[in-house]
Design a protein around this ligand. Structure first.
Ligand code: FAD
Ligand code: NDP
Length: 334
């Protein structure tokens, strides 16, 4: 079993920003980036998108995966130990905190590592709707990631649907419009949640239509061997009218669930399972445990706010460790 002063769990902008600050403060952070943790590649949600246009420092935009590669390289450059494994269990009941991984635990269920401080930066995951037919046609027409799946041949020049009214739905619909014959966005309310600029672009897009007050109620398709979805049953929530429409692709963009299962029952979560942090800080309800990024932020959920909260978590952790007498004299200012 190995002991570290601080372990960061996660690999998005929050985790890597915390790592850069802690590594520069010579606290030798260990970062578990996950091995497809919660179904997302190491690097987090931005690995599932195309261009990021709102992260400062990139006037021409930057690919989401490229941005995360750069953040990872910056963490490593200052000495962060990055481990490509998923933390499967965490025991915060006593100090030092204990953690287990999917592959490399000690004998007799000994933890893989202990730590004086832990930063939870596990992010969030795409939500599913559990529609009738969803299980059958999942990845056979249904996807939660247009960027990952949109270019495959089954969607070329075919009618495609997106469910959701936020920025993801807008972005995914416009991305899919490059491939499909037309993209229809189903919005359950009478308005979009997306930011004004994204909403305007979507509504003006010649290959996208937004249907307000409309929900999907069933995914319909072929039997095997093809086994692909071909139609969608949709319902107007105002009139109650239902119809079956041609649909060869269905993309979910209905928000995210925070990846907080690791700490459930050990620190305070809110009613939507987001980690509760003391406002303006990364302090959780348990001393020595800090949180940053989307797992504790249901309001802003942006790369830059995750990165900002990662900086806060690193500075809070450094202060905590220094009070334990655990911090080396820095050779340079952070
Ligand atoms: P996340 O990005 O959520 O990553 C956390 C990662 O940690 C997980 O994915 C997983 O790899 C790892 N992990 C989880 N659990 C464990 C575990 N137990 N052990 C080890 N590792 C684990 N924001 C913008 O600012 N601009 C945009 O243009 C933009 N576009 C987006 C497009 C899409 C399609 C999506 C889904 C989001 C977009 N966002 C955008 C939002 C942005 O991606 C998130 O706000 C940000 O990535 C959250 O960062 P995070 O640090 O919380 O971690
Ligand atoms: P949001 O939570 O912002 O939006 C989710 C959407 O899905 C809402 O319109 C919601 O409807 C709808 N929805 C939720 N559940 C259902 C359901 N059961 N049936 C039908 N519709 C449903 O999530 P996003 O993923 O869009 O965005 C997350 C964060 O990432 C945001 O902060 C966003 O700004 C950011 N982001 C930024 C981008 C950019 O700046 N380019 C691109 C993508 C994401 P309702 O409104 O009625 O609740």
């Amino acid at each position: 079993m190995v002991h570290s002063k601080v372990v960061i769990i996660g690999s998005g902008p929050g985790a890597h920003t915390a790592a850069v600050y802690l590594a520069r403060a010579e606290l030798k952070p260990v970062l578990y980036e996950g091995m497809l943790a919660n179904g997302t590649a190491a690097g987090g949600q931005l690995t599932t998108t195309t261009d990021v246009e709102n992260f400062p420092g990139f006037p021409d935009g930057v690919g989401g995966a490229e941005l995360m590669d750069k953040m990872r390289a910056q963490s490593a450059r200052f000495g962060t130990e990055i481990i490509t494994e998923t933390i499967s269990r965490l025991d915060l009941s006593e100090k030092p905190f204990k953690m287990w991984t999917e592959w490399s635990d000690g004998p007799n269920d000994a933890p893989a590592r202990t730590a004086d401080a832990v930063i939870i930066a596990t992010g969030a995951n795409a939500r599913r709707l559990n529609l009738p037919g969803e299980e059958k046609y999942w990845q056979n027409g249904i996807s939660a990631c247009a960027v990952c799946d949109g270019a495959v041949p089954i969607f070329r020049n075919k009618p495609l649907y997106v469910i959701g009214g936020g920025d993801s739905a807008a972005e995914e619909a416009m991305f899919l419009a490059k491939y499909g014959s037309h993209v229809t966005v189903l919005v359950r309310r009478d308005k979009l949640r997306a930011s004004n600029i994204m909403a305007e672009r979507l509504l003006a897009h010649p290959k996208c239509t937004v249907r307000f007050n409309t929900v999907a109620t069933e995914v319909i398709g072929d039997a095997k061997p093809n086994g692909l979805m071909s139609h969608l049953r949709v319902k107007d929530t105002v009139t109650g009218a239902e119809e079956i429409v041609d649909a060869n692709g269905l993309f979910y963009a209905v928000g995210h669930d925070p990846a907080s299962a690791l700490v459930k029952g050990q620190i305070d979560l809110d009613e939507e399972q987001y980690i509760v942090t003391k406002p303006g800080t990364s302090y959780t309800s348990l001393e020595g445990v800090f949180a940053c990024g989307d797992v504790q932020d249901k309001r802003y959920r942006q790369a830059i706010t995750s990165a900002g909260s990662g900086c806060v978590a690193a500075l809070d952790t450094e202060k905590y460790l220094s009070e334990l007498g655990d911090v080396p004299q820095p050779k340079e200012k952070i």
